[in-house]
Ligand binder design. Structure first.
Ligand SMILES: [Zn+2]
Length: 278
């Protein structure tokens, strides 16, 4: 999966200034300022920036291995570097398929933070301009005290099995056309196990038992945290698909499972794990 790195991701809260070796995360819409090299995506260091930005326009974001990353603040002013000869804005849909995975991960995490800071400029309760907390990654309203934390939505990915068969789906009306598993967001007041049971029932009409948590994946492309579960069919295997969510759903024997699935996602790993008999 794309976030399983060979270097340590440290996102503890810090206030720090960039050095020439620090990496700049600069976004325009859903694209990151980067260079495309033979080795894949390369993000600019402060030493390489075509036109150095003012320090106040960057926030410390996180450290990967020995490199620290700083996020451009495009919401509260400050001049920012523009595209240069070497650097251009590379869209997410393009860079997420590129390597190296540490760089793709850094860009995607930065983009999620960038979306959140952009959406947390003003207080949703009283409308005042919000400011950064001095002690944690949060935005605080100086007028009414509301505190906002980065947005992370919990969601489930569910592999429903029936002996040697796996339930595969295809999403309705989305760019992602490969085989997938049942998936959906947790609702307020609901345990994650109940999310699994509800999503399977809503999307396919099936009931499940013996839920087993597999692993989680921070899916920063959509600001969500995916939790992967395997579970077994309980009762009838007759599928009734929810047409607003799925275009297709069906039972596939282990040796019929297509190998056409994502290799960066938890979904892809869970399908492959079942297919290879683990
Ligand atoms: Zn407020």
């Amino acid at each position: 999966m794309f976030q399983e790195l060979d270097v340590r991701y440290d996102n503890s809260f810090r206030e720090e200034d960039p050095t020439p070796d620090s990496v700049a995360l600069i976004f325009r819409g859903d694209a990151v300022l980067a260079r495309k090299t033979e080795k894949g995506l390369a993000l600019p260091t402060f030493g390489e920036l075509p036109e150095p930005g003012e320090k106040r326009a960057f926030r410390y974001a996180f450290t990967l291995g020995s490199r620290s990353f700083f996020l451009a603040d495009q919401t509260e002013g400050g001049t920012l570097p523009e595209e240069g000869e070497d650097f251009s804005f590379v869209p997410t849909r393009e860079y997420r398929a590129m390597g190296p995975k540490e760089t793709v991960f850094a860009a995607a995490v930065g983009e999620s933070l960038h979306r959140w800071y952009g959406a947390a400029r003003f207080c949703g309760r009283c409308g005042a301009a919000m400011r950064d907390s001095d002690t944690e990654r949060a935005r605080i309203c100086p007028a009414c005290g509301l505190t906002l934390y980065p947005k992370i939505s919990p969601a489930v990915i569910v592999a429903v099995t029936d002996g040697d068969r796996l339930l595969l789906t295809k999403y309705q009306g989305r760019a992602f056309k490969r085989y997938a598993l049942v998936a959906g967001f947790n609702e307020i007041g609901e345990s994650i196990e109940d999310t699994v049971r509800r999503e399977v029932l809503e999307e396919t009409g099936l009931r499940v038992k013996n839920l087993r948590f597999y692993k989680s994946q921070p899916w920063v492309f959509t600001d969500s945290l995916l939790m992967g579960f395997y579970c077994e069919l309980d009762g009838s295997d007759r599928i009734t698909i929810q047409e607003s969510e799925l275009s297709e759903a069906g039972w596939y024997a282990r040796d019929e499972i297509p190998s056409d699935h994502s290799n960066i996602s938890l979904t892809g790993e869970m399908i492959e794990r079942f297919r290879s008999g683990k």
